[in-house]
Structure formats: structure tokens, C-alpha cells
Design a protein around this ligand. Structure first.
Ligand SMILES: Cc1cc2nc3c(=O)[nH]c(=O)nc-3n(C[C@H](O)[C@H](O)[C@H](O)COP(=O)(O)OP(=O)(O)OC[C@H]3O[C@@H](n4cnc5c(N)ncnc54)[C@H](O)[C@@H]3O)c2cc1C
Ligand code: SF4
Length: 593
């Protein structure tokens, strides 16, 4: 039977874009299947001429059938929240940008759209500690990371440090001394709190700006810099995870359009709103079945000798579980295992002594690294976008008041038992201020003294995905919230909160509105890499083990590859995308010598 394509790529995120660029270089005819739509900025600002300002919508309208294009959610105040919720994908809303998957012990947020996670991620592009990679048996060398950095720069743009309120072209922003006030307030507050907590906890807590995949103004670069080339740069709007209005982020939608899709001679086609269901092995290749949501969800089938699964940790694992159950694909019994939370943890500090102005600046700007109880931990600052300011400050106030009331009850009990006298001020309600500064606040003011932590660490990758009634399920055979990494993280965050002069308030689902439930943004595993089929689903080159062979075999299913976060066998304990790209490049380069 003749094949429709040389290769089918499922998903258009980090793994998918790496695979497609390399396949195109090798002159292959490629089809990319993506369950979501295009997302672009509605902003018409910028110096580009009108015809090139919005190239994707113009091009998308000319395709047959047309490609669906949507605009980032806005406005940037509390009324934007409604728009945000309408962009959440669900059973009926197939074209939402955010996929919020709820499981018993953890909820997981991922993206759905052309460009995958790059559409909503915070641009952090960093390398994990070598010791962490060794611990999970991931064999990525210096050369693999150098290749990933090079690929990023060539296909997206250069990385930048953005920890200052305004661009400081040509200046090293890692250690501003006389111009310390130019730091974004939350970056400086995290740096100073880390210094104070070093003494209290007796550990090292080095601080550094993050490498961010977005455009910073820099006219001193010999080539004029990305900003001069594309006429835009980061304006510190604090909404990267919602989509950048000035278009200063290096999303894969831009890479795919400019490098591959706009020129049919490159041989790459893309079908948006194409939700892959399963894969079946046929003579010499594979048949991929998908629901075409541009055509009432009709089932369609395409075939190719090579298939690259790049649908992300949840998407790829689900497709393979279904393909084993319904499509007869022979896969190992490790499928679904080694799910890692990446130690993801979120928490707040309410009432910081110094203002942190959390709505200003890129979502994450800097990182503090440490090792506690033998586990690597990274703590980052996080912006609260203005449309979330009202709901964040109201929720945290309720939780914080509740915590303070509990504290007061404890003080009264202690006073009664003669252990310690309470502060009498605690018993008197605060009198309302006639010039109440809390009325008519701007969104920025509402979160001016609320610090938001984004934390990652080493978990034991013990989660397991299964398919229940054709839906993905995830669980652990223990209480994941009680595992050591989260205890260490809370000890560290409580100390940092105290050093900031505020009160520690964990994410509401962890405490207050839930009981130790995690919210994960860096899900990993499900199709783990291992030396043989005994321990994993794919080998170190992303080739899928042939499950029909005896356990411990290294035989693979020819032409079938997993090239995304699902293949990472455990936590990388930092933002994972550089590692996903490095592993994807290694696999795709080996598949296409
Ligand atoms: C809010 C947020 C912020 C983040 N910030 C950072 C950060 O700063 N740095 C960092 O390193 N990481 C960050 N991450 C994590 C990062 O986005 C992911 O690790 C990364 O996107 C995973 O890459 P991937 O290639 O495995 O999958 P993805 O990028 O998720 O791509 C998978 C693609 O497959 C598509 N797909 C899924 N199922 C199907 C199907 N059945 N059929 C067709 N298509 C399908 C999806 O729509 C998606 O386009 C963040 C995540 C979130 C949610
Ligand atoms: S901070 Fe704002 S301007 Fe800068 S990249 Fe993020 S969304 Fe764009």
C-alpha cells in the first residue's frame, strides 16, 4: 500500500518542532497533526509593515480548508478572567488553549495549540544539574546540550536575561551594585531573601538570572539583535503564560510558520484540530487515526513508514495506551510508569515587607538553587498576571486570615495555659482607614506585596498512568504529597517567606481548598527511556521497544519514535524544555543519519 507521507509527527510542541525541522532538512514529506488551533497576538503595534504584521492569519485563511486562528486572552484586568476560562479546553470546547487535566492527587496544566507548550510556557530555557540526570539514567552529554542551544538559537532566537525594569543593553545584569534599584522588585527580593535564609538554614542558596527565550532590546549586538530585526521586545507586561501582546516570545508557531509551513517546497503540511486517537502497525509502517474537528470530528486515517510521537507526557502516553488496547500495538508493560511531578510546587508569601510588584516582568526571571536532604531544588519568582490579581489577592486574604485566626486561637490557648502572653493588639480589629488604600486598587497594587514561588525538585517518578473507560488516569500507590521532596521544599519556602517579612501561604489546593493536592506544569515520563524493555518503553534514541519480544530485549518497532517529555524517565528538577529539546535532537538525528 502506498504511504501518504514519509513521516507523521503527532504534536507541535518542543519534540514535534525539533522533529519537523530535521525531517524537512532531510527532504522528507511530513504531515504534522495537532489537536489545537493557531494562537497569535491581536496587537498591531510594531514597526513591521502592515502586510507582514500578522502573517499567520493571512496565510491561514488561504489554506484549504482554512486554518483556525485565535487571539491571546485579554483584557489585562479582572474582566479578562472570563476570556481566560473560555480558553480552557474541555469535552465540548475542543479549541481551547489550556488543557487542565484533573486526577485524584494532582492536576496537570498543559497547552493545546500549534506550538504546544511554547505558547503558554514562561520561556525558561535551562540545563539541569548533571547529578540529577545521572540519578534518572538520562544519558545527555555536554555535546547534546550544546546542540540544543544551537538549535534554539537558529530556529527561535537568542536567550536573554530579563531581571531589570528596563533593558540595560550591553550590561551584565547578574550583579548590579550601584544600580541595584533597577532590578525588578521580585527578583531583588528573592535574591535578598535567599542571602538571609542561607544563614538561617545553614545551606548555600545561590541566586542567578534565568535564560529566557524571548526578545530583549539590545542595539549593541553586532547584528542589531532580535529586537532590531523583528521590531519588538519584552515590555515587562507579566503575561507570558497568557500570550505575549508585543509578540516578544519565541513560540514554535513562529518557527513552524517561518521555517517550514509558509514555503510548500519544504514538504511539511500541518493539520490543526486533528486529535490523534491511535496508531496501528501495518506492513512497512503505521496507520494513524485521528478525529478531524474541522470536519465535525470525523475519523480519518493517514499512513507513513515513520511516526514521531510528540504529543507530550499526557498525549503520547494516552495514544500509546489506547494503541496497545485497541490497535494491537505490541508495547512493554512499563507503558504509563515513571510519571514524575518534577517536584512542581507553588506557594505564596503574603505581606512582604518590601513591595514585589508581582504583575510586572516576565513570568519567571531568576532562580535560587540548593540541595536539601540530598535532593536538588530550584526556586523561581513568578509573576501574577493582572487578570488574576483580584482573584489571587482575595483568595490569599481569606486563606491568610484563616491561618492567622488559627494562630490567634493557639496564642489564646497558650495564654490560658500560662505558656506565653499574646500581643494585645491581636485582639482588636483593625479600624477602617478613612483614606482606605485598599479601595479602588489597580490590579498591580493588589499583588504588590504578594510573592509567588515556582518550585521544582527531585521526586521519585512513581506515578502511573492507566486507561480507564478510554480516558487517561493517573495515580500513585502512596500519598505523593507526603514524599520527602515536598517536605524539604516547604521548609525552604517557609524560611524564604520569613526572610521576606511575610506569611507563607501554600497553593490553595495544597492547603485551604484541598489536602496536599499538587498542580503540575512540568509533567514528565509515562514512556520512560531505559536500556532494555525490562525497565522502559523506549531506548535512549527514542525508539519504541517491541513488546512482543522477551522482557529485557533491545529489539524495537521499526520507524516508531517517542520524542517528547514522556520519554524522560524522571524529574529533571528544573524547567525541562531544554532537556526535552536535547533528547529530541539526539533521537531524531540518530533516526535520520
Ligand atoms: C504555565 C506553564 C509554564 C511553563 N513554563 C516553562 C518554562 O518556563 N520552561 C520550561 O522548560 N518548561 C515550562 N513549562 C513546561 C513545558 O511547557 C513542557 O515541559 C513542554 O511544553 C513539553 O514539551 P513536549 O514536546 O513534551 O510537549 P508539548 O509542548 O506539550 O507539545 C505537545 C503537543 O501535542 C499536542 N497533542 C496532545 N495530544 C494530542 C493528540 N491526541 N493529537 C494531536 N495533538 C496532540 C498538544 O496540543 C501540543 O501541541 C511550562 C508549562 C506550563 C503549563
Ligand atoms: S513579560 Fe510581557 S512583554 Fe515580556 S515576554 Fe512576557 S508577555 Fe511579553
Amino acid at each position: 500500500m502506498p504511504f501518504n507521507f514519509d513521516a507523521i509527527v503527532i504534536g507541535t510542541g518542543f519534540g514535534g518542532t525539533v522533529a519537523a525541522t530535521r525531517l524537512a532538512q532531510k527532504g522528507k514529506k511530513v504531515l504534522m497533526l495537532e489537536r489545537g488551533t493557531w494562537w497569535v497576538t491581536p496587537s498591531k503595534l510594531g514597526k513591521a509593515p502592515p502586510s507582514t504584521r500578522d502573517p499567520i492569519p493571512v496565510w491561514a485563511k488561504k489554506q484549504t480548508p482554512q486554518h483556525p486562528v485565535q487571539y491571546w486572552t485579554r483584557p489585562d484586568h479582572r474582566q479578562g478572567l472570563g476570556n481566560f476560562f473560555s480558553a480552557v479546553r474541555s469535552g465540548v470546547n475542543k479549541d481551547g488553549l489550556y488543557q487542565y487535566s484533573m486526577f485524584k492527587q494532582a492536576d496537570i496544566l498543559t497547552a493545546s495549540g500549534v506550538g504546544g507548550g511554547s505558547l503558554i510556557y514562561s520561556n525558561v530555557t535551562v540545563r539541569p544539574e548533571a547529578e540529577v540526570l545521572q540519578g534518572i539514567g538520562l544519558n545527555l552529554a555536554d555535546a547534546d546540550y550544546q546542540a540544543a542551544y544551537k538549535w534554539m538559537e537558529e530556529n527561535r532566537g537568542r536567550l536573554n536575561h530579563i531581571v531589570t525594569k528596563i533593558p540595560l543593553p550591553g550590561r551584565d545584569v547578574t550583579n548590579l551594585t550601584t544600580d541595584d534599584y533597577l532590578y525588578l522588585d521580585r527578583a531583588r527580593v528573592l535574591r535578598d531573601a535567599a542571602k538571609l535564609s542561607e544563614g538561617k538554614l545553614g545551606i548555600k542558596l545561590p541566586w542567578k538570572p534565568l535564560d529566557l527565550s524571548l526578545i530583549e532590546y539590545d542595539p549593541h549586538r553586532p547584528d542589531g539583535g532580535d529586537a532590531a530585526k523583528v521590531g519588538t521586545f519584552c515590555q515587562r507586561q507579566g503575561r507570558c503564560i497568557l500570550g505575549c501582546l508585543p509578540s516578544a516570545r519565541h513560540t514554535f508557531s513562529k518557527t513552524l510558520y517561518t521555517k517550514l509551513l509558509f514555503d510548500p517546497a519544504k514538504g511539511v503540511a500541518l493539520s490543526p484540530l486533528a486529535e490523534v486517537r491511535e496508531i496501528r502497525q501495518i506492513a512497512g509502517g503505521y496507520e494513524v487515526t485521528y478525529r478531524d474537528h474541522r470536519d465535525d470530528g470525523d475519523k480519518k486515517t493517514v499512513s507513513a513508514p515513520m511516526v514521531f510521537l510528540c504529543a507530550g507526557t499526557l498525549g503520547t502516553t494516552e495514544i500509546l495506551l489506547r494503541s496497545r488496547e485497541r490497535g494491537g500495538l505490541k508495547l512493554t508493560d512499563k507503558l504509563g510508569t515513571h510519571f514524575s511531578t518534577n517536584g512542581d510546587f507553588g506557594a505564596f508569601v503574603v505581606g512582604t515587607t518590601k513591595p514585589v510588584h508581582s504583575s510586572v516582568g516576565p513570568i519567571n526571571t531568576c532562580q535560587v538553587s540548593t540541595k536539601m536532604g540530598g535532593l536538588h531544588i530550584k526556586v523561581e519568582d513568578s509573576a501574577v498576571p493582572e487578570m488574576f490579581a483580584a482573584v489571587t489577592s482575595a483568595t490569599l486574604n481569606v486563606l491568610d486570615n484563616f491561618a492567622q485566626r488559627e494562630m490567634l486561637k493557639m496564642k489564646m490557648k497558650n495564654a490560658f495555659l500560662g505558656i506565653a502572653m499574646p500581643d494585645l493588639q491581636d485582639f482588636f480589629p483593625k479600624l477602617p482607614d478613612t483614606h482606605d488604600p485598599e479601595r479602588n486598587q489597580t490590579e498591580g497594587e493588589m499583588v504588590s506585596n504578594i510573592f509567588f514561588f515556582n518550585v521544582m525538585g527531585q521526586d521519585d517518578a512513581s506515578g502511573k498512568f492507566t486507561l480507564k473507560n478510554d480516558r487517561l488516569d493517573l495515580d500513585w500507590d502512596k500519598k505523593i504529597g507526603e514524599t520527602p521532596v515536598f517536605q524539604q521544599i516547604e521548609t525552604l519556602l517557609k524560611s524564604l517567606a520569613e526572610s521576606m517579612g511575610g506569611r507563607y501561604v501554600p497553593f490553595p489546593l495544597w492547603k485551604g481548598l484541598g489536602n496536599k493536592k499538587l498542580v503540575i506544569t512540568h509533567p514528565l515520563g509515562g514512556c520512560p527511556i531505559a536500556p532494555t524493555s525490562f525497565d522502559g518503553v523506549v531506548d535512549e534514541l527514542g525508539r519504541v521497544f517491541d513488546g512482543s519480544k522477551p522482557k529485557g530485549s533491545t529489539d524495537v518497532l521499526p520507524g516508531l519514535f517517542v520524542v517528547d517529555g514522556s520519554s524522560l524517565p524522571g524529574a529533571v528538577a528544573t524547567n525541562p524544555t531544554l532537556t526535552i529539546a536535547a533528547q529530541a535532537l539526539k533521537a531524531v538525528n540518530a533516526a535520520l543519519p
